[in-house]
Design a protein around this ligand. Sequence first.
Ligand code: DNO
Length: 360
Amino acid sequence: MKMTFRWYGSQTDPIPLRYVKQIPGMSGLMGLLDNKAAGVDWPEEEVRAYIDEVHAAGLECEVIESVNVHEDIKMGLPTRDEYIANYISTIRTLAKYGVKVIIYNFMPVFDWLRTDLARVIPEDGSNSLYFDERDLGEMGPLEIVRRTAENSGGFTLPGWEPERLAQLETTLKQYEGMTPDMLRVNFKYFLDAVIPVCEECGVRMACHPDDPAWPIFGLPRIAHSQDDFDKMCALHDSPANTVCLCTGSLGSDPANDIPSVIRHFGEKDRIGAMHVRNIKFLGEHHFREASHLSASGDLDMYAIMKAIYDTCPDTYIRPDHGRMIWDEKGRPGYGLYDRALGATYLNGLWEAICRENGGK
Ligand code: DNO
């Protein structure tokens, strides 16, 4: 297992890379260029500059996240070929600089969605990302976008590129009538184009689950259960077509038994990377994010780490969203302190599991 950390680049991430390096056991990053609109070809000089900076800090950069898929690809419009060509060019550039896994998603319009980015946890005064479907109904898509932008503290948020969301009304209309199976046909078209390139240059695509793990605003969603990911793997069967198994996104639906889903895809060698975090269920389609500790939420982090150990021990993982603690001001979900605590806790579980099983 390689422990990594998400970092947004020195332009917009207030966390210096040396702080990341100082977290015990941190091997490298799950990086991103957070100023790239979906569909653009990532310029080689920018990729090189980002990765050089990471290497100079003594960290690896073998995983890149949020190479976002243009809506025209998801909608299957004729213009998709141009965006797929850009995507392929970006894959080749990233591979050239040592990237082994690319994390992306195939969610129409919205990447992840919350109804509150800083809900206070009454027990200890910290705050975390929160979702209540009842609030969503009252707000509607335009209001939720407005609020999310307003409450982001001035930080860019992954998957919330202003260029894409500016088209929101039009895009939502274009998706009307699209069924999950129709979206899957477009997904296959994309995978058939990019996976052979990945095979050729030694990269694995890792698809992030829908977050939360059910359809929203009537949009089709096709990545929120084991069955969905089985279908995704079958669309283009290849070791380069993998899952980014995000425990918190899939785990927002209690019907997804996360350790068992990890075992299922780990045994088939279809886990490209893992995002590991815990959540606390508050009711039907209602949850908040918790500290990584099992006792703080409803996911069994020991069972999760044990499933990784047993079935995909060489995967990349990162602590996912943290709470805001100790009065830190930072990007919602991506402060330093709670993610560092999370990484340390997960490393502790890992050491214990290795020892119990005769390893180091
Ligand atoms: C949210 C993240 C996602 C994820 C993308 C990958 O915090 O986990 O933005 O990186 O869905 O495309």
